[in-house]
Design a protein. Structure first.
Length: 293
């Protein structure tokens, strides 16, 4: 009896050892992949506090000396203070995010809950725009905005967001809305609620995760957008952060790499904080939207 009881741990010991080594190997690979992906970010952080002449002259990730001159030059080294670029990017990102959430949620509610002629056709047509490259519509849009006097203003970057131009978010919200029981709509209609009141009082409060997901992606994509501001903004007083960062690189003269890395580091802070505060809603929105049918 004693020998058989002692043999049981011995039988499971090789399996436990293999599981332990497998776990160690997986964690080592994940740590290595994380370091590989974070290396450019760490190199940028290191370059932001290095002296200007040491940025490309040393292969070490750790600087030999710490200098914050790059932050000083980067913030006030251009014709306009870099704080102006932060303000411009914040205005565009916040207003565009609000427009995307409002416009796409209303459109998604119509596709998911309202019955109108040609609904399936228009929904399929909307999904088809996902396969349409942005550059195809760029020239007609630019000509339109030029004729109405919107070029060199924030309007081309903000107003289209209120017209539900992002089919990805519409599709995401439609899938979520379809998972909400229709009995809630029917009960509200029996109480005299209009479609607009159903949307405002029932659908939006129940759709907070997917709305947060759309808001987070909209804010990050708008904040990081370079091509749109490059096309429509010509005056340095209207530049966003991405255009301001480009100003540090001069192909015909000397580039301020230390200032570039310093301001690039600061530009990541709003995106990081925005994601940090809403990451729970982001994960919940993606997970629950994937389960809706």
């Amino acid at each position: 009896m004693t020998s058989s009881a002692a043999a049981i741990p011995a039988i499971h010991q090789p399996a436990e050892r293999r599981a332990l080594w497998r776990s160690i190997l997986i964690h080592a690979l994940l740590i290595g992949a994380s370091i590989l992906m974070l290396y450019p970010l760490l190199w940028m952080l290191s370059g932001s506090v290095r002296p200007q002449d040491e940025i490309f002259g040393s292969s070490s990730l750790l600087p030999s000396s710490i200098s914050f001159d790059g932050f000083v030059r980067g913030w006030s080294g251009l014709q306009v203070s870099f704080g102006k670029f932060f303000l411009n990017s914040l205005i565009i990102a916040v207003l565009a995010t609000i427009g995307n959430v409002v416009g796409c949620s209303i459109t998604a509610f119509a596709f998911a809950r309202l019955d109108f002629r040609g609904r399936n056709f228009w929904f399929a047509l909307m999904l088809g725009t996902l396969m349409l490259p942005y550059h195809v519509t760029l020239i007609p849009q630019y000509i339109l905005f030029l004729q109405i006097g919107w070029v060199n203003t924030f309007l081309p970057l903000i107003v289209p967001k209120y017209l539900a131009t992002d089919a990805f978010f519409i599709f995401l919200m439609v899938q979520f809305f379809r998972g909400i029981p229709r009995e809630l709509d029917e009960a509200a209609m029996m109480d005299g609620c209009s479609p607009w009141r159903i949307y405002w009082k029932i659908m939006l409060p129940l759709s907070l995760p997917v709305l947060a997901t759309a808001a987070i992606f909209s804010f990050i994509w708008t904040w990081d957008d370079f091509f749109g501001p490059l096309i429509y903004l010509n005056d340095i007083n209207t530049y966003t952060i991405q255009l301001g960062l480009r100003s540090f690189v001069d192909s015909t003269g000397q580039s301020d790499w230390s200032g570039l890395f310093a301001m690039s580091t600061l530009s990541l802070i709003p995106v990081f904080l925005f994601f940090l505060f809403f990451q729970r809603l982001l994960i919940e929105g993606i997970a629950t939207t994937g389960l809706k049918r």
